[in-house]
Write a protein of this length. Structure first.
Length: 277
């Protein structure tokens, strides 16, 4: 099987301990690029939160950010695909958040903005599902994030809502799952992510397949969380990490090693070069 394009999630997949890039992953990615394979980063992060270790990969050209809201061509320094949330959805989410005292963050202009109360809480107490240092470095706190969202409702890329109470999470999920004009997913167990109806990693990758005239049978994708399932299903070879959610493994063709042990690099070597490490 000739893999021509690879889609890689970042957190829990390509990145290992403390958000670092394992050496095996870097070597395998750069080797694939050198052989003409298009390696595409597909992340829920905003573009400004993609670490230097990724941005400095030799030959890397495309980054899908904000769960598919943008496809950035690094060579041309512009977006070749964009999908924002419908302003009507923004208004609906703001009303819901105010009514239920939800704490959230919104992505706009390639930057992540966070409710100041949530930012302060993470600064003081940390977070179970995200590194404190990562949040403090990549998030911009706002005293009134709702007004910010309404004022910029035409160009909101993604919304993350975080929960400490599982019952509150599931009750909120039941409501937003009824939105037929938005894409609803999760990247960590305690959040709900809302994007535009055209925003998902799979739709963004599909657009790249069209631009590059590559068939999905030549696509390899690796991921670990619910927001990776559509692109894993799209791929000719869908790979789940050993540390992936069980539901992700159920949709994958193959389960590789963990993100800490260079599972992405091992998958690339196996399916691109026929090498088992």
């Amino acid at each position: 099987m000739g893999i021509k394009i690879i889609g890689l999630d970042l957190d829990g997949t390509t990145l290992g301990t403390n958000g670092c890039l394992p050496d095996l992953n870097k070597v395998a990615i750069e080797r694939a690029i050198a052989c003409g394979v298009n390696v595409v980063i597909a992340t829920g992060r905003v573009i400004s939160a993609v670490p230097d270790a990724i941005m400095n990969i030799r030959g890397l050209r495309y980054i899908i950010s904000s769960n598919g809201a943008h496809v950035r061509d690094l060579q041309l320094d512009n977006d070749v695909y964009t999908s924002y949330i419908d302003p009507k959805v923004i208004g609906r989410v703001v009303d819901l958040a105010r009514e239920r005292a939800l704490r959230l963050e919104a992505f706009h202009g390639g930057r992540a903005y966070i409710d100041a109360t949530l930012y302060h809480d993470i600064d003081v107490r940390g977070s179970v599902h995200r590194r404190r240092e990562y949040v403090l470095k990549t998030r911009n706190p706002l005293d009134d994030i709702f007004e910010f969202m309404l004022a910029n409702s035409e160009e909101i890329e993604n919304i993350n809502i975080f929960f400490e109470d599982k019952d509150k999470l599931e009750a909120t999920r039941m409501i937003v799952n009824e939105y037929d004009d938005a894409n609803i997913t999760s990247s960590v167990p305690n959040n709900i992510e809302i994007g535009g109806v055209g925003s998902s990693k799979s739709k963004a990758i599909s657009e790249l397949l069209r631009i590059l005239s590559i068939d999905r049978s030549d696509l390899l994708c690796c991921g670990d969380a619910a927001n990776d399932i559509p692109m894993i299903e799209l791929a000719g070879v869908g790979v789940a990490m050993e540390n992936a959610w069980d539901i992700v493994k159920a949709h994958a063709d193959y389960v590789t090693d963990t993100n800490v042990n260079g599972g992405v690099g091992k998958a690339i070597l196996k399916f691109c070069f026929g090498e088992d490490v």
